[in-house]
Design a protein around this ligand. Structure first.
Ligand SMILES: [Zn+2]
Length: 414
């Protein structure tokens, strides 16, 4: 079994005692804690600074005006735009996911959407709608505390957007007019990745990464996303702290992931030349939720996938493997041709992701056992093998998914 599961659980509890929004004091306290832990294990720990844009929601208010007046609780979407203190008022139009068939050619209305439009949808709406009201995807979800990449507002235009609960959105289908107020501020801050390293004994230039993002979304404690993954990365560091390995181990706890993979993009940009020596990234995003199963997304070759499946079977860990890009820091490495395996946990706890429901009560020590066992062995086997046991090449088909992710889904590169 994974003997550091209890350690991972206790660390995840401490990390998720408060929100860790990028550049916040909560994030700084979590960072100090992981720096202390990794240093005490004998790793060489450094902070890697980078500049990142953050937002602060000052006011988010929504009011239905017709047929009767009432206010509706909402949460502002970071970087979507502003209405000014006076707000905007207009006819409410249901547009589903921003489907062109439903989007009016006129201007001056407020859209009611069943899901967040993608970048292309956003582009079409930004010139026409005064604002956007997005329904939560399930009747059981609290309000999402999320953002769109700051580039969307800068390049596509202002589209002040808020999330509302599913039940409120359902009632709003009968409403005719609404008023929306969204006031937010933007600023640039210095954020830090934590980088802990130990040189390999035989192939020190070849690096095996273990990564997780330490930041949370705005105002959310982010227990499963991603205090759990951060704690598991540190627990793997602990398990390997006195195990001699041929390759260099590098643990990175990223900041700015929830704002569009900013920490990992800064990291790979600063170390572009080193990336050809990066053998594998084991990325841990979404962990610790009680009552779940182990999953893995391989962004790499078939032989990497087969190596993971072989190891999982050897260990007796059931894992559902797919070949894809994950919306997480591993994508930044994939962009530069570095393969990754994203080990994560599927669990009922994930239903509240990016809402205040993602809280420490959802964590349980047993949740770290199997993903911990699998991730630890992947890292150990690859870092200590005489030859890397898989093809490092990322197949064309997966590369296309990575490109598509950055251009359309995340939408931060043209
Ligand atoms: Zn995450």
């Amino acid at each position: 079994m994974f003997s550091d599961a209890r350690y991972a659980y206790e660390l995840a509890l401490r990390l998720s005692s408060e929100p860790r929004f990028t550049g916040s004091e909560g994030e700084a306290r979590a960072r100090e804690l992981v720096v202390r832990e990794l240093s005490s294990m004998g790793y060489d720990v450094k902070l890697e600074p980078f500049k990142v844009k953050v937002y602060e929601i000052r006011r988010a208010e929504l009011e239905v005006l017709e047929p009767e007046r009432r206010s509706v609780e909402c949460a502002g979407v970071g970087f979507s735009g502003e209405t000014g203190e006076e707000g905007v008022e207009g006819e409410l139009v249901y547009i589903e996911g921003g489907d062109p068939a439903l989007v009016p050619s006129s201007t001056g209305w407020i859209g009611l959407a069943s899901a967040r439009p993608d970048k292309e949808g956003w582009r079409k709406l930004a010139g026409r709608a005064l604002g956007l009201v997005i329904a939560e995807g399930s009747p059981h979800r609290q309000l999402s505390r999320v953002d769109v990449p700051h580039e969307w507002r800068e390049k596509l235009g202002n589209l002040p957007a808020v999330y509302v609960r599913y039940s409120d959105a359902l009632k709003m289908l009968e409403a005719r007019r609404a008023r929306l107020i969204l006031v937010q501020e933007y600023r640039e801050v210095e954020a830090f990745n934590v980088v802990a390293e130990r040189r390999g004994s035989k192939y020190p230039d070849e690096v095996v990464y273990v990564t997780a993002h330490l930041d949370s979304v705005y105002g959310v404690r982010g227990a499963v996303d991603n205090a759990g993954g951060s704690a598991l990365a540190v627990a793997i560091a602990r398990a390997l702290s006195s195990v001699p390995l041929k390759r260099t181990l590098r643990f990175v706890l990223f900041s700015g992931e929830e704002l569009g993979l900013r920490g990992s993009l800064a990291h790979v940009e600063a170390r572009k030349d080193e990336m050809r020596n990066a053998v594998l990234v084991v990325n841990l995003d979404v962990h610790g939720g009680a009552m779940g199963t182990t999953r893995a997304i391989v962004t790499g070759s078939k032989s990497l996938r087969h190596s993971i499946e072989f190891l999982a079977k050897k260990l007796g860990v059931k894992v559902e493997v797919s070949e894809d890009v994950m919306s997480s820091d591993s994508a930044s490495f994939a962009r530069l041709g570095v393969p990754s395996v994203n080990v994560f946990r599927a669990s009922g706890a994930n239903a509240g992701m990016h809402t205040v429901e993602d809280s420490p009560e959802l964590l349980h020590p047993s949740s770290f056992e199997l993903p911990g066992l699998l991730a630890l062995h992947i890292v150990r086997e690859v870092a200590d093998a005489e030859e890397v046991p898989f093809e490092r090449e990322i197949p064309e088909e997966v590369k296309r998914k990575v490109d598509d992710y950055f251009r359309r889904r995340l939408g931060i590169f043209e």
